[in-house]
Design a binder for this molecule. Structure first.
Ligand code: PLP
Length: 296
């Protein structure tokens, strides 16, 4: 399989230098590599502007502080660095930017992190300008979401094992992705997006205590509420989604994506005139406004 970083235009800032991503590397003692001890943000750009950058940097700081890591950078510095990377992306292409901070190198074989110095890596990879994405087929994953008393979902950590297991399981069952339930059977989110569903004109989603508080999730809720559509955040059992008329996913990289089916039950009968489609169009407008100097 080809690697997007080898085939697309992709540049990485590491240790003070910008290099082609395929040539960027970290050492085997890095605790992100050894233990998944890292935090990250993934965001996209439109017309060479990083979308909702302040919100992503705020969440990065929060993730880091929940792991006891210090985020000693300045937002203006990060913005400049991203601009330097984006200057290398070919004209007419957008990009996905990933900012990763690892705990740095393990010291003397110790598990505790005393004396470790954080490592920063920022990558920008070209992607085609946003088009409408095909609706996704979902299944209910056999893997459960890690409970908040094991790992706070507010930490966007580099340890993605439960998401990878859920995604692989779904693909093995002929679907695109899996919905993870909490150990108690509550609907949470998919491998890397927040989940919403619509029933009788009302929109439902899992409350923040069990899921990552997605930046696109927040944007979707604001857009829906500003058009008079109520969004109910709560803890809903799996059964609740079985009677939904629509569902959609939100994430920074893919935006608002309609769900085609859940466990084989079709959800696309009225897609053209759906709440999902109206929201998708409004979100597209919102990101264009954001890229032209509105919200950063
Ligand atoms: C588990 C999970 N939920 C939700 C999201 C969506 O968050 P955002 O809209 O901030 O990209 C992500 C994004 O990577 C994620 O990994």
């Amino acid at each position: 399989m080809s690697d997007i970083h080898q085939t697309a235009s992709s540049w990485t800032w590491i240790a003070g230098e910008i290099v082609p991503t395929a040539a960027a590397s970290i050492g085997v003692l890095d605790r992100g590599f050894l233990y998944g001890e890292s935090v990250f943000e993934t965001l996209r750009t439109v017309e060479r502007k990083a979308l909702f950058l302040s919100a992503h940097l705020l969440r990065l700081r929060k993730s880091a502080s929940l792991l006891g890591m210090t985020c000693d950078f300045d937002d203006g510095w990060m913005e400049q660095l991203i601009d330097q990377l984006l200057a290398r992306i070919p004209d007419g292409e957008d990009a996905v930017v990933r900012i990763t901070m690892t705990r740095g190198n393990r010291i003397g074989g110790r598990l505790d992190a005393e004396g470790c110095r954080s490592r920063w890596i920022v990558t920008a990879t070209a992607m085609e300008p946003e088009k409408s994405r095909p609706p996704l087929h979902l299944v209910i994953s056999k893997f459960r979401k890690t409970p908040p008393d094991v790992l706070d979902p507010a930490i966007k950590s580099g340890n993605f094992l439960s998401s990878i297991l859920a995604r692989e399981d779904a693909i093995g069952r002929g679907a695109d992705d899996g919905i993870l339930l909490s150990p108690e059977g509550i609907l949470t989110e998919t491998s890397c997006a927040n989940l919403f569903w619509v029933r009788d004109g009302e929109v439902f989603t899992c409350s923040r205590e069990l899921v990552l508080e997605g930046i696109t999730r927040g944007c979707a809720i604001r857009l829906l509420e500003s058009s008079g559509i109520e969004v109910i955040e709560g803890l809903f059992p799996e059964l609740e989604i079985r009677s939904a008329q629509e569902a959609f996913l939100t994430s920074s990289v893919t935006g608002i994506v309609a769900v085609a089916s859940i466990e084989g039950r079709d959800l696309t009968s009225d897609l053209e005139s759906s709440i999902t489609e109206t929201l998708r169009a409004r979100y597209q407008q919102q990101i264009l406004t954001a890229s032209r100097g509105g919200v950063r």
